[in-house]
Design a protein around this ligand. Structure first.
Ligand code: F3S
Length: 296
């Protein structure tokens, strides 16, 4: 069996920045609390906790003397206000691509516009974006939900449309096509981040050449789930959080297996999965050899 590894697998720029910032603070002896798990990867979060980081749900839960790291998903404006009021020092690791959407949300408020957000309304990134406008907001998960929307409370109101950075590319394309026709005054901002485009494109290409795609990532990671959906259009797609979840029977009749990973998957876990797969079926090919083979 041949194993092909996606070049885009693993940490994206924004996650890498947040993780490095946190490890850097811990190494300097700062007492650090993160608002929610820093990334959607339990193994990486446990490692940070072992090094002293605390995970808290709200600003009220931040222990005295701790500094806060705002994760790459970002937070609503009210959280910054609360941190300031309570005098808690914070380090903002909101990804610049997410900050851009938050600025668009604030602009929408100034313009008296309705903010349309393509995304998952329960996802912290979306909740953060929505929390940067006090104006009217509609969040939709797909074209069907957008079509079912009754429109703005006042038909004269301008519309600003954005997408969660990890939204599925094809779903965004069909939603923005619909918006252009149904609401000719809509301002549409293509805010899916490049890392997401590249990962989904590569997963799509790879899935057409493989008998199975293994997507490595946290079970709660939005971008990991999107990669599974994209790959599953063309082949069998399975997801694992760690090497221990691999099942040998998945590879019984497989000639070519593809491997990709979500934006919050550390390279150590990718390496572990590849080593297990290679030990299971490939005997001797190392992680580096697999990566080199994929690049040829
Ligand atoms: Fe930022 Fe895109 Fe990663 S928005 S956190 S670079 S998936």
């Amino acid at each position: 069996m041949e194993i092909r590894v996606a070049k885009t697998a693993g940490f994206c720029f924004g996650v890498n920045r947040a993780v490095e910032l946190t490890y850097g603070l811990l190494a300097e002896g700062h007492r650090v609390a993160t608002l929610g798990p820093l990334i959607h990867n339990p193994q990486a979060v446990e490692d940070m906790q072992r090094k002293g980081a605390q995970v808290v749900d709200t600003v009220q839960d931040v222990p005295a003397g701790y500094e806060v790291v705002i994760r790459s998903h970002g937070v609503p404006r009210s959280v910054y206000d609360e941190l300031t009021v309570r005098g808690i020092r914070y380090h903002d690791a909101t990804c610049p691509f997410v900050q851009k959407i938050q600025r668009i949300a604030a602009e929408a408020e100034k313009a008296g516009a309705v903010l349309l957000v393509a995304g998952d309304k329960t996802h912290p990134e979306v909740q953060g974006i929505v929390g940067h406008t006090r104006g009217e907001v509609f969040v939709f998960a797909d074209l069907a939900e957008l079509k079912a929307w009754k429109g703005p409370s006042d038909p004269q109101k301008p519309l600003f449309a954005v997408a969660q950075t990890t939204f599925q590319v094809t779903k965004w394309q069909e939603s923005s096509e619909f918006l252009k026709k149904a609401y000719t005054n809509a301002r549409i901002f293509d805010t899916i981040c490049n890392a997401t485009w590249a990962r989904q494109q590569e997963a799509e290409d790879l899935s057409q050449k493989c008998d199975i795609i293994v997507v490595i990532g946290g079970h709660h990671s939005s971008n990991t789930q999107k990669l599974v959906q994209v790959a599953a259009k063309h082949t069998r797609a399975v997801t694992v959080e760690t090497a221990s979840e691999l099942r040998p029977e998945w590879f019984a009749d497989v000639k070519v297996a593809g491997v990709t990973a979500g934006a919050s998957t550390p390279s150590s876990i990718i390496e572990e999965v590849l080593n297990s797969m290679s030990a299971e079926i490939n005997d001797s090919m190392s992680f580096e050899e697999m990566l080199n083979a994929s690049e040829e």
